[in-house]
Design a protein around this ligand. Structure first.
Ligand code: NDP
Length: 693
């Protein structure tokens, strides 16, 4: 075979493999919904939009398809156990890894659980399934036994391993028999952990050593890297997890995997990619509470926000771009009778996403959704302060059937980020972060001429005219400053209020700000949670001190909150300054905390000039009842994202991004597809070639 036909064969093999995987995911869905008997070849073919003959071509018959699906589930579970083993440092940690992997939320849910149940019911009757089950059972026992041998006498290790395995199966079966009404992954793991701890105690203190902090599985690591990220709950100071940092070897390996996977992914139709993204959106919604709680612990943001916004907006974004994936198209161009042309919209290849810490999961989704819809593979690095939910997103994608390697998480500090931005085989980087980071990223990306999208900081104006509904304007100013404790890039922190209504505005603003409830972020009544870190809190408090020193009048707040349990966390009261001037530091620089500056103005031209007198240009808002004025003013404001009579609402349909130093490119909206794809122009000759020589 020549080289060309070898390559063509490899491409066909890849495509076949992709189809096989798709059919397996559809089978798992089908088993979960209609059970073993209902899952016929015809039914699965119709769900997958293919002919029954094609399913038979790949799997021969129903038993072949089900055995392949069962093997996929068992292999996936084995990989999860291995990933957790890589982070477990003690025998007890390895036992915990088996428990955590088997009872992880992504295993312990209705879809996966119902599929396992359907298989188990058939194991005694179908030889192919029996073999998979035997291998799976042996592997679980041997993993447990191996770890137990260093904790208990050798002759007891086997029976204890069998007991733990039986407990896992039992907990799992009970959940399945309750139709997953009583399925709670955290309680199931706690039950098993207590059982194992209790049994090990009988063998003395050495065996009963704690399993150590739970370490979420990151990407596979090659070679030991000493650097560790310690993730802290900013509300309590407690350690949440320790994550190993990825270095050169890990990033190169991840890029290698992504390059391979991207070809497969891009070869799938847009409609097939859409199905995976839609499934991921559904899984995110199904796991909303668990993910919101994790996000709250990692960021300090109130649960009432994360449960309503963070996970849901990520899911909305995946769903939106799933809807667009099949609509990617080029155009046909008529070039007269001798030729025509057409364009193809193609993916860029392997792209990188680098996230900030304020909306970790949402940012990961905002970058991944358009990237994957276009057929790219993505390496995503979350901010080192919030490394946890991106790992969960990778699990969700795997569960949704995304081919391995298409979305990978790399962990680390700015050094790891630089490995991505300087990597010659990464074709694009999308960053959410500070202006200085944006400049560094763009400079690094220049060496390999990468595409860049930069979502950077801001110091946005919110203008309240004297005809505005004051209560709406006050509500808008609160949303523009105190949501997520002020850690929002688009916040309208310069609130320009018309002189005629300033006193009334301030009176209501003071009352509503003072009534805001600062507290434990896990309490659903809490409205203002913790800032991301002690260092960041100190920075915010230093700005407050500077505002006072520069002569601004403190209307409300202005201090750290340390009452009761909050003493160990990084809480700052919602703070409003008035009598501010445009040249004060608090009115010029991004604080990224709950600090609002109120500035007075008298006329439209004056306020527009002052609003635009900043190097930033992320967002702007106008409150007025005069429609003509609203549009006139918005047209003159230098900002990428604007609101009339509202603030900080960011529906996925509307492009989001900044001008001036606030960034380049846009996220969300149909336009985001252009930032993750490139055009190929094709000229097609319809006549003989008439060369002049
Ligand atoms: P940073 O700029 O400090 O960090 C952003 C990310 O870039 C982090 O993952 C960071 O890693 C990484 N990084 C830092 N230096 C480099 C480098 N030289 N090369 C590659 N990667 C690098 O921002 P924060 O995380 O502090 O987030 C707050 C900022 O983000 C604010 O300015 C805010 O306005 C902006 N932001 C903008 C948004 C927008 O859409 N416009 C939305 C949300 C926030 P590590 O943290 O591990 O050091």
């Amino acid at each position: 075979m020549n080289r060309q036909s070898t390559t063509a064969q490899a491409a066909r093999d890849e495509l076949e493999e992709t189809r096989r995987r798709q059919l397996i995911e559809v089978t798992i869905d089908s088993l979960a919904e209609v059970g073993y008997v209902g899952s016929t070849l015809a039914q699965i073919a119709s769900r997958a939009d293919v002919s029954p003959g094609l399913v038979a071509h790949y799997f021969r018959d129903k038993d072949g398809l089900l055995a392949a699906s069962f093997r996929t589930l068992a292999r996936r579970l084995a990989q999860r156990v291995q990933a957790r083993f890589a982070l477990a440092h003690t025998p007890r940690g390895r036992i915990q890894a088996v428990i955590d992997a088997n009872l992880a939320p992504e295993e312990f849910d209705q879809r996966t659980g119902s599929a396992w149940l359907a298989f188990w019911g058939q194991v005694p009757h179908v030889q192919g399934l029996k073999r998979v089950q035997t291998v799976y059972q042996r592997r679980a026992l041997s993993n447990l036994c191996h770890a137990l041998k260093s904790l208990v006498p050798a002759h007891e290790a086997h029976s204890l391993a069998a007991m733990i395995a039986a407990m896992i199966d039992g907990v799992w079966l009970r959940a399945a028999l309750s139709s997953w009404q009583e399925a709670d992954s955290a309680s199931a793991r706690a039950l098993l952990t207590a059982f194992v701890d209790g049994r090990l105690k009988e063998y003395g203190p050495a065996a009963a050593e704690p399993a150590g902090p739970s370490r979420p599985a990151g990407p596979s690591r090659h070679g030991a890297s000493p650097a560790i990220i310690t993730s802290i709950n900013p509300a309590t100071g407690a350690v949440l997890a320790e994550i190993r940092v990825d270095g050169v070897a890990e990033v190169n390996a991840a890029v290698g995997r992504a390059l391979e996977a991207q070809h497969l992914w891009a070869a799938m139709t847009g409609a097939a990619r859409a199905r995976v993204l839609r499934r991921a959106a559904n899984i995110l919604r199904a796991r909303n509470r668990e993910l919101a709680e994790l996000e709250t612990r990692d960021t300090g943001k109130p649960i009432q926000e994360t449960i309503a916004v963070d996970v849901a907006s990520g899911a909305d974004c995946l769903e939106y771009f799933a809807g667009l994936a099949a609509s990617l198209a080029g155009e046909h161009l008529d070039l007269g009778p001798q030729a025509f042309g057409y364009t193809r919209r193609e993916p860029l290849g392997v792209v990188a996403g680098i996230g900030a810490w304020n909306y970790p999961l949402q940012i990961a989704c905002w970058k991944a959704a358009p990237a994957l819809a276009c057929g790219n593979a993505m390496l995503f690095k979350p901010a080192e302060l919030t490394p946890l939910t991106a790992i969960r997103l990778a699990e969700v994608f795997a569960q949704a059937g995304l081919p391995d390697g298409v979305f990978q998480v790399v962990q680390g500090y700015a050094d790891t980020g630089r490995l991505l931005t300087r990597h010659p085989q990464i074709r694009k980087v999308s960053l959410t972060g500070e202006v200085g980071t944006g400049m560094a990223v763009m400079a690094d990306a220049a060496a390999s001429l990468k595409h860049v999208t930069l979502e950077l900081g801001g110091k946005s104006p919110l203008i309240v005219f004297d005809d505005a509904k004051i209560d709406n304007a006050v509500a808008g100013a609160l949303l523009a400053n105190f949501y997520s404790a002020g850690e929002v890039c688009s916040n309208g922190t310069r609130v320009f209020v018309h002189r005629r209504i300033k006193a009334a505005f301030l009176e209501r603003l003071q009352a509503r700000s003072a009534a805001m409830r600062v507290g434990d972020p896990m309490d659903s009544a809490t409205q203002v949670g913790a800032l991301i870190s002690e260092a960041h809190m100190e920075k915010v408090l230093a700005y407050i001190a500077r505002g006072r020193a520069e002569g601004a009048r403190l209307v409300v707040g202005g201090h750290r909150v340390t009452t009761g349990d909050l003493a160990n966390g990084f809480f700052v009261a919602p703070t409003v300054f008035e009598d501010c001037h445009d040249d004060m530091a608090i009115a010029r620089e991004e604080i990224f905390g709950p600090v609002m500056t109120v500035l007075e103005f008298q006329d439209e031209d004056e306020v527009i000039a002052r609003a635009n007198a900043t190097e930033f240009g992320l967002a702007a808002g106008v409150f007025t009842n005069d429609l003509t004025r609203a549009h006139r003013v918005i047209a003159r404001l230098q900002a990428g994202t604007c609101w009339i009579n509202h603030y900080n609402v960011t529906p996925v349909e509307l492009p989001f991004g900044g001008v001036k130093l606030s960034g380049l490119g846009r996220e969300n909206g149909r336009v985001a597809l252009e930032h993750y794809s490139q055009l190929k122009s094709v000229y097609v000759a319809m006549t003989d070639v008439d060369a002049p020589y």
